[in-house]
Design a protein around this ligand. Structure first.
Ligand code: PGA
Length: 266
């Protein structure tokens, strides 16, 4: 039986959230200058919660720079294991040691390039949650799956693996779901706000079928070629609670501008 330490941790329900996924980019020097610009710029972001996800090795640098700011930080992945002989893995406890608040799990680049299955992603999700880290679960279909009208089927299987391991649905209020159509990631082919909204609504409906209260409060964000020019129209959709931003998040002005456009009050 899973135990959840952080069920009572306060969450701003449906507060918009903008998360920058830096992927495997940056150096000490470039991250230093990015952090400086983010620190100044974040003062202009009123409503959205801002989070950055640097490569593991730069977490301490981010922690030092962002400690007294409104920006939080997290990791791009987390191990399913607690500790031990798992060479190269990083545990949730280690991430918490650097005051990470969030960790991505199941990014499509890991699912596709590194062969992560729905079941492995679900175990990572729960390892994070059990130890007090908020998981950001990435779901989404490939172009081929979309063309074969399998979008919902694929996403439901990704969600089902996580729900299958969940004994305490209330704990999922800590989580964020990121809908990222694989065909929109890094391609410049952003889903239209209507396309994204339709899938977000279906994800919320799926969750409603398991726990109506959870469906009302859980944040579902969109990812895939989001930038300062297209973010506003996505955020106007009722079921889109923010964005997971890759390429554009490597430019502080872009990430801040996206954050400013997320001005739904909460
Ligand atoms: P992109 O990446 O914004 O560069 O498309 C998004 C992501 O992979 O999270």
């Amino acid at each position: 039986m899973l135990t959840f330490k952080d069920v009572s941790m306060a969450i701003d329900h449906r507060r918009p959230i903008v998360i920058g996924n830096w992927k495997m980019n940056g150096s000490r020097a470039s991250i230093d200058s990015l952090l400086r610009s983010l620190k100044t710029g974040c003062e202009h972001v009123e409503h959205a919660e801002l989070v950055i996800l640097p490569p593991f090795v730069y977490l301490e640098q981010c922690e030092q720079a962002l400690m007294q700011t409104q920006i939080s930080w997290g990791a791009q992945d987390v191990s399913e294991y607690e500790k031990g002989a798992y060479t190269g893995e990083i545990s949730a406890a280690m991430l918490l040691d650097f005051h990470c608040l969030y960790s991505l799990v199941g990014h499509s680049e890991r699912r596709i390039l590194l062969g992560e299955s729905n079941e492995l992603v679900a175990r990572k999700f729960h390892a994070a949650l059990e130890q007090g880290l908020r998981p950001i679960l990435c779901v989404g279909e490939t172009e081929k799956e979309r063309d074969n009208s399998q979008t919902i089927e694929v996403i439901e299987a990704q969600l089902a693996a996580v729900f299958h391991l969940t004994h305490n649905l209330q704990a999922l209020q800590q989580a964020v779901i990121a809908y990222e159509p694989v065909w929109a990631i890094g391609t410049g082919k952003v889903a239209t706000p209507e396309q994204a909204e339709q899938i977000h609504a279906e994800i919320r409906d799926y969750i409603k079928g398991r726990d109506p209260e959870l469906a009302q409060v859980i944040r579902i964000i969109y990812g895939g070629s989001v930038n300062a020019a297209n973010a506003r129209s996505l955020f106007e959709m009722p079921n889109i609670d923010g964005a997971l931003v890759g390429g554009a998040s490597l430019q502080a002005e872009q990430l801040i501008e996206i954050g400013k456009q997320c001005n739904r009050s909460f």
